[in-house]
Design a protein around this ligand. Structure first.
Ligand code: PLP
Length: 417
């Protein structure tokens, strides 16, 4: 992140912040929209929407290919996005940032890219609380290579059971890939502690920071991440844009997953050489409009201050935990200390199925997510097939959480005999 904002500037930026999000002005089922699904995707501020529009209106062109003015502008916008996206997480340099479609694509790219360094019997350590995006690429890799997958279990309190680390990390551990903030439990994992143990064993550390970036300060060096991935759309930026950020040397070691234009140095009929990273990972025409529209989201976060964004979400989580605790029988997953959680709460009502809950909440204008949230193994561990999740952002308020609680009471009345 760039320079710190002063407390006065930050306070001024927070005033009326929700007004900058046009979608929040609409009504749903004749109610004010209460958007509590930011963990799925954040709403977009007007500056992001207008930047994407003006890219197409003013400088639509392909990148790195032309020498005309529009192509130069498009390339500058694209490369500016790379620089800003890297600065947000303390990337070593812009060239250590690969622009991808989303966090999922970035994780697939890492698994494919490192495949040639792995042998049958090598071990990859994941956790029981991973999103499918950080499970399935490794499952696919294991099928192809015979690599063994292991998992750090979770405690009943929704924390990683670090007591198990010594038996899980050993001489054959080649890579540890874990989520920074769980998209179901909300747990902020002690990534640095896991990374230290991984590095002692000579393993690489991949961090899925999809739920952390944009919601709190994140520095890949402090986390001990060799690779960090995230998506722009979860931090108020456009869809179709994600990032793979790597420590020096790693991108050189990784093989590209896709071949085609833009990613080559020289091509002959029967062979080719690759461009230098990060370009060797960016085959074909990228989503330049999305890249042009991400920096305004970063400007907004910068003006608010990421420390203040984190404090805001922590206060909302504290309020949510307190409020949901007043609803008898409701099970809230994850740690009960707001300091250990990101801005989301998943819960289960024994009387109301999560899909019914989400449908009835929608009747009241409250948008939440119901299902397994792409974390089926975690839900199996929790002993439920689905949960309801409310997640918060910079525009969320305590009133939104009170509307959620009122909606849950309504759903309970609706289903009570
Ligand atoms: N990792 C976590 C923890 C997530 O919550 C998500 C999305 O919900 C992803 C990865 C995948 O992000 P995307 O769908 O943007 O690739």
């Amino acid at each position: 992140m760039r320079g710190k904002v002063t407390a006065e500037d930050s306070a001024a930026a927070w005033k009326g912040v929700a007004d900058r999000f046009p979608a929040l002005r609409r009504t749903v089922n004749a109610h004010r929209l209460v958007y509590l699904d930011t963990a799925a995707t954040a709403q977009k501020p007007d500056a992001v929407i207008s930047a994407e529009k003006s890219y197409y209106e003013e400088s639509n062109a392909n990148v790195h290919r032309g020498i005309h003015t529009l192509a130069e502008e498009a390339t500058a916008a694209y490369e500016n996005c790379r620089k800003r996206a890297g600065e947000l997480v303390g990337a070593p340099s812009p060239s250590s940032v690969v622009i991808t479609r989303n966090a999922t694509a970035a994780l697939n790219m890492v698994a494919r890219g490192l495949e040639h360094t792995l042998r049958e019997g090598d071990e990859i350590l994941l956790t029981e609380m991973e999103h499918h995006a950080n499970l399935v690429p490794w499952i696919m890799l294991a099928r192809r290579t015979g690599v063994v997958l292991k998992h750090i279990p979770i405690t009943d309190g929704g924390l990683l059971d670090l007591g198990k680390l010594p038996e899980l990390i050993g001489p054959r551990t080649r890579l540890v890939s874990l989520v920074h903030v769980s998209n179901v439990l909300g747990t902020i994992n002690p990534v640095a502690e896991v990374a230290e143990a991984a590095h002692r064993a000579g393993a690489l550390v991949v961090v899925d920071a999809a739920q952390g970036v944009g919601h709190m300060p994140v520095a890949m060096e402090e986390l001990g991440a060799d690779v960090l991935v995230y998506s722009a759309h979860k931090c108020y930026g456009p869809m179709g844009l994600g990032f793979l950020v790597a420590q020096p040397g790693l991108l050189e070691e990784m093989e590209p997953m896709e071949g085609g234009g833009e990613m080559i140095n020289e091509v002959f009929l029967d062979r080719a050489t690759w461009a230098e990273p990060p370009h060797k990972f960016e085959a074909g025409t990228p989503n330049v409009a999305a890249a042009a529209a991400f920096p305004p989201a970063l400007d907004l976060l910068e003006s608010l201050g990421l420390d203040a964004v984190r404090r805001h979400e922590e206060e909302l989580v504290a309020h949510a935990l307190q409020t949901l605790a007043t609803l008898d029988g409701l099970v809230v997953y994850g740690p009960h200390d707001p300091k250990l959680r990101g801005g989301l709460v998943a819960f289960h009502d024994p009387e109301v199925h999560p899909h019914d809950m989400a449908t009835l909440l929608d009747q009241a204008g409250v948008a939440v997510r119901a299902g397994h949230h792409c974390a089926q193994p975690l839900h199996r561990r929790l002993g439920v097939v689905a949960t309801t999740r409310a997640s918060f952002g910079i525009y969320s308020t305590k009133d939104d959480i009170d509307a959620l609680a009122e909606g849950i009471r309504f759903a309970r009345r609706y289903f009570s005999p």
